[in-house]
Ligand binder design. Structure first.
Ligand code: SF4
Length: 178
């Protein structure tokens, strides 16, 4: 049961794999066809500041199969589901639910910690969020929709995914819907 009495709706991988772009091996955590149980996924997600826009732009690419499968579970399996706007996210200043299986994670830190810290600081300022804040994905979408259209060019300047253009394209789609 999630906050506010809302029940998490389980998702069959076998029903959704085509839409969720899981790796060919399926999920690295659960076997194909596994029925997610509410206790498998913490009710409230933890996100470091720069992972809000990363999740908006996510297209199934990542740093390893496990990383991609985990991010697919979170983004496609929760945030992009019909009830995803109600998912609560706690802003944290260290490794979060996206970082968990990342090959670059070292405990609560990262092998590229200085760069990650700069990304987090820039995204936190843009979205007016700080560690300890809790907001829903729906509220995060509102804040992202209010950002300048070219915001990635400054706050994501050090990110290897910037040149792919998918994050800016996702923000443009979001802003077109507003
Ligand atoms: S460019 Fe990089 S840091 Fe910026 S939203 Fe995309 S993945 Fe995240």
């Amino acid at each position: 049961m999630r906050a506010g009495g809302e029940t998490f709706r389980p998702v069959f991988y076998s029903d959704t794999r085509d839409k969720r772009a899981l790796p060919p091996s399926g999920c690295a955590i659960h076997p194909p066809g596994y029925l997610l149980k509410s206790e498998d996924i913490a009710d409230r997600l933890t996100y470091r500041p720069h992972h809000f826009l990363c999740s908006l732009g996510f297209e199934g690419k990542g740093y390893s199969d496990r990383f991609t499968a985990n991010m697919t579970e979170i983004v496609e399996g929760r945030l992009r589901q019909p009830e995803g706007a109600a998912v609560e996210i706690e802003v944290v200043g260290a490794a979060d639910d996206i970082c968990d299986p990342c090959p670059s994670r070292r405990g609560s830190g990262c092998t590229a910690q200085a760069k990650i810290d700069r990304l987090d600081a820039a995204h936190a300022a843009a979205l007016d969020i700080a560690p300890g804040d809790v907001l829903t994905w729906g509220k995060a979408l509102e804040r992202m929709a209010a950002l300048p259209a070219d915001v990635h060019q400054t706050i994501c300047a050090e990110c290897q995914w910037l040149s792919a253009g998918m994050c800016a394209a996702a923000l443009a789609r979001l802003q077109d819907k507003e």
